[in-house]
Design a protein around this ligand. Structure first.
Ligand SMILES: NC(=O)c1ccc[n+]([C@@H]2O[C@H](COP(=O)([O-])OP(=O)(O)OC[C@H]3O[C@@H](n4cnc5c(N)ncnc54)[C@H](OP(=O)(O)O)[C@@H]3O)[C@@H](O)[C@H]2O)c1
Length: 252
């Protein structure tokens, strides 16, 4: 018999937003592989169905995918109402990146990025906590970004949302610690996902940027492994912190 591992998610229910693509998709599959039942959220019906099939190939746990526009209060309420029982972990991976130098910023740009990158994860968390739908000893993980820690031209609005997420996560961690619920952020630098492809289309090529990464760009699995760690008992003494994962980009 295999020795028990503190990284196991066996018998845990994990809610993953943005589970239809990129990091959220990799995190959903990694959680299922570690034994969890996954409730995934996204908007695109075809990707929701494809992800559900992939989850069902991993295990026979009662995985579900829920069609949800997380910027809409009614959709968030419906997602929360559909849970039926507490979750042991939440990963907020849904998010968007929009590029614009500050001198070209519009109010609409700021509001769009804020709505999905900050308001949605915080209001979803609020709704879960208000209904006691995060189990004691649960773990809440937000996907922030290296953009919250360093200055990069053209990403001010996005960087601001990720810095807000980190600041709010710390306060949340203080509020829920009495129930031994933990809250943490992951701050990845560039990871090869559709979001990066979209950025490459906007800026031309990412090849010059790749040279700044001693370990190369990240893979979705790299972030998924860190999310499994933060969701599992292996990290039970860690709360209110942010793990920077950047392939060596910011060593110096
Ligand atoms: N990739 C990177 O290099 C990188 C680096 C640092 C941080 N991040 C962060 O990591 C997170 C995931 O990024 P990614 O690279 O995985 O992006 P992605 O491949 O573009 O996936 C984004 C996900 O967010 C969902 N989503 C977007 N808007 C939504 C909305 N209004 N309601 C519900 N779901 C919504 C999408 O669902 P549908 O497609 O079904 O609509 C999709 O599942 C983001 O928060 C991003 O800021 C990414």
């Amino acid at each position: 018999m295999d020795a028990p591992t503190p990284f196991s998610l066996t018998d845990r229910r994990i809610l993953v937003t943005g589970a239809t693509s990129g990091l959220g998709h990799a995190i959903a599959l990694a959680c299922a592989r570690m034994g969890a039942e996954v409730i995934g959220a996204g908007r695109d019906e075809e990707r929701l169905q494809r992800t559900l099939k992939e989850l069902e190939q991993v295990s026979s746990r009662p995985h579900r995918m829920v069609r949800t526009d997380l910027t809409q209060a009614a959709d968030r309420d419906a997602l929360v109402a559909s849970l039926g029982a507490p979750v042991h972990g939440v990963v907020h991976s849904a998010g968007i990146s929009r590029l614009s130098p500050v001198r070209m910023l519009t109010q609409q740009h700021l509001q769009e990025v804020q709505a999905i990158n900050v308001d949605a994860p915080m209001l979803l968390t609020q709704s879960l906590l208000k209904r006691n739908l995060v189990a004691p000893d649960g773990s809440i993980v937000f996907i922030a970004s290296i953009a919250a820690h360093i200055g990069v031209a053209g990403v001010a609005a996005y960087s601001g949302t990720k810095a807000a997420l980190i600041a709010m996560m710390r306060c949340l961690a203080m509020e829920v610690v009495k129930r031994r619920i933990r809250a943490n952020c992951l701050s990845p630098a560039l990871v090869e996902t559709p979001l990066l492809d979209a950025t490459a289309t906007m800026v031309g090529s990412m090849e010059d940027e790749r040279k700044n990464y001693p370990l190369g760009f990240g893979k979705p699995e790299d972030v998924a492994n860190a999310a499994v760690f933060l969701l599992s008992d292996a990290s039970r003494w860690i709360t209110g912190t942010t793990i920077v994962m950047d392939g060596g980009l910011t060593i110096s």
